[in-house]
Design a protein around this ligand. Sequence first.
Ligand code: HEC
Length: 126
Amino acid sequence: MADTYKPGLGDFMETLQYHHSKLWFAGKNENWKLADFEIHELMETVEDIETFHAGRKDIEMINMIKPALDSVNNAIAQQNTDVFESSFSFLTNTCNQCHQATGYEFNRVKTPETSPFSNQDFRPIE
Ligand code: HEC
């Protein structure tokens, strides 16, 4: 098992970054099925960080992201765009709070403006 590939923390962070982005476009398009998929991808990635980087000092505070993830998850369950937007801001702020706390304050996450994924349709199926 020693040479099994283990993604670095930075790789997992990039995974969080693209699911964070896709989550936003799914929610803005009221594509609640896709938003539900994306929030669970984020939750699973956090679990993977806990598994694969257990004991690492800079992930000690990983639990701080969970209330924000739960809050977005609830907004998706309610299919409420306003609640989705405010809980998404809460999530983004929490990403940045951890970056500040761990000395990576220069990695600033924000609400995306345009989708970098031109090969994915975020609209729900009519
Ligand atoms: C446990 C605290 C913590 C939380 C919570 C956290 N991050 Fe990070 N993040 C880090 C650390 C530490 C790094 C630097 C990782 C490294 O060593 O490469 C980082 C790096 C990053 C990077 C830079 C990766 C790169 O190579 O370009 C991005 C993007 C990022 N995080 C996105 C996010 C997003 C989006 C969220 C919220 C959904 C989030 N992070 C939540 C601690 C956190």
